[in-house]
Design a protein around this ligand. Structure first.
Ligand SMILES: Cc1cc2nc3c(=O)[nH]c(=O)nc-3n(C[C@H](O)[C@H](O)[C@H](O)COP(=O)(O)OP(=O)(O)OC[C@H]3O[C@@H](n4cnc5c(N)ncnc54)[C@H](O)[C@@H]3O)c2cc1C
Length: 398
């Protein structure tokens, strides 16, 4: 088990409070397996998928066979039975090669599937998590609406009780995987007067009458990932599709985001690492003034800062993951990891382009794609401003 679990119980037998910064042999094996898969199956396609905005469905099915679409779920639901440390390791390695694959797997796993896994009934977990974990189903999670992003509690989409079910009306926006999802979890208002205690979560299956994915967003980066509008018009779903307790949808969503933010930290880390690896390699190959540009102190300092900050981001992310695996509350640590790792990733991608000079601006090198892709990390699952708000609230509460 990786990481400092401060004051938590540790499955490794290491004394409480000690710091262990090493991945176990099994975790290192997982890291190597995912890296090899990403280099072999994803790397050759990255620019093709990016330019065509092509959703890598076949690759997701392969990841499903490897257990990487259900890393954090119990084997009884076809999950890999691993923890967040392993999940972070996998997202990190996938995103090092392609952030689009990273965000698809992250939204599928730690948002959609995990919401059902955390608060779903046994029947819902058997019906959905078991198929999501193998990638037989692709999952999506819709909280954001056109007029409610950071202020997610002000959602407008409604769910009205009707005899033996619910009728959904409204629009979700920016939903990752929305056009390709077989199963979607959406949050809607069931009691407007109760404000955030009047929001509830629902499971919607693809093809349900009254539901259709709308506009497909044309994005700056992460272009092989799908970002969809979801339209609900008198969409009837049976009462069994209420997920969790009526009125608990927002509270449960915030708990889901505690895990989701760890995965955005991992997505950030992977892209930062990819940008750094590419810049390091290029700096040794590129010659100016008769020597490799890595001989110039200005370039060395950039590399030193990038490597140091990526390491610090990884430690914060693994701390949050370890705490989650130990069953601890991670609202503070998840936000710290997400805030820091995403800001570091933006900085590293920027320096990566700078180290490549003009070639950093050209699509023949990976630097420009990291630069475009990474910006989402300071926005999705709570902007940097919202992370600071969450962190400050945690620091200031009694
Ligand atoms: C590619 C992509 C994928 C996404 N995937 C999903 C998904 O799968 N599911 C989903 O539900 N959502 C998803 N989102 C939505 C994402 O979570 C929101 O975009 C994000 O939470 C910000 O909301 P907003 O875009 O409405 O910005 P706004 O909330 O309008 O924010 C605009 C600016 O105001 C700032 N701001 C807002 N409130 C405050 C405040 N109180 N204090 C200080 N500053 C503030 C923000 O930080 C930001 O700088 C995705 C978005 C993108 C771009």
């Amino acid at each position: 088990m990786f990481g400092p679990v401060i004051g938590g119980s540790r499955p490794t037998g290491v004394s409480e409070g000690s710091l262990d910064f090493q991945l176990s042999d099994e975790q290192l094996h997982l890291k190597k397996t995912v890296r090899e898969f990403a280099e072999r199956e994803i790397a050759p396609n990255v620019m093709k998928w990016d330019e065509a905005c092509e959703f890598p469905m076949a690759t997701l099915k392969e990841l499903g066979k490897l257990g990487l679409m259900g890393t954090i779920f119990a084997p009884e639901y076809n999950g890999a039975g691993m923890g967040y440390v392993e999940y972070v390791t996998a997202i990190d390695e996938l995103s090092r090669v392609d952030g689009s694959v990273g965000i698809i797997v992250a939204a599928h796993t730690s948002l959609c599937s995990n919401h059902i896994y955390l608060v779903g009934s046994e029947a819902q977990k058997k019906a959905y998590v078991s198929k999501l974990a193998t990638a037989e189903y692709i999952g999506a999670w819709g909280l954001t609406e056109p007029s409610s992003g950071s202020d997610a509690g002000s959602a407008r989409m409604t769910a009205a009780k009707k005899r033996d079910g619910w009728v959904l009306n409204g629009t979700k926006t920016f939903c990752t995987n929305g056009h390709y999802a077989d199963v979607l979890v959406v949050i809607a208002v069931t009691d407007r007067a109760a404000h955030t205690h009047g929001l509830s979560a629902f499971i919607v299956e693809k093809g349900t009458r009254g539901f259709r994915p709308g506009k497909k967003e044309n994005k700056l980066g992460l272009r092989a990932s799908d970002t969809a509008e979801l339209i609900f018009e008198d969409c009837f779903i049976p009462k069994e599709n209420l997920l969790g307790k009526e009125g608990d949808g927002f509270i449960d969503a915030m708990q889901v985001l505690d895990g989701g933010r760890i995965s955005i930290a991992a997505l950030s880390l992977g892209m930062a690492q990819g940008a750094y690896d590419a810049a390091l390699k290029y700096s040794k190959e590129r010659k100016q003034f008769g020597k490799a540009i890595s001989d110039f102190q200005a370039i060395q300092w950039k590399l030193a800062d990038m490597a140091t900050e990526i390491d610090a981001a990884r430690l914060l992310t693994m701390r949050a993951a370890s705490m989650k695996d130990a069953g601890m509350k991670t609202t503070l640590e998840s936000s710290m990891a997400k805030l820091y790792a995403s800001e570091v990733a933006v900085k590293c991608a920027n320096e990566g382009v700078q180290i490549h000079g003009g070639y950093g601006f050209i699509k023949d090198y990976p630097a420009e794609k990291f630069y475009r892709d990474v910006k989402l990390c300071t926005i999705g699952e709570g902007t940097s401003e919202i992370q600071r708000l969450v962190i400050a609230r945690q620091l200031l509460k009694d």
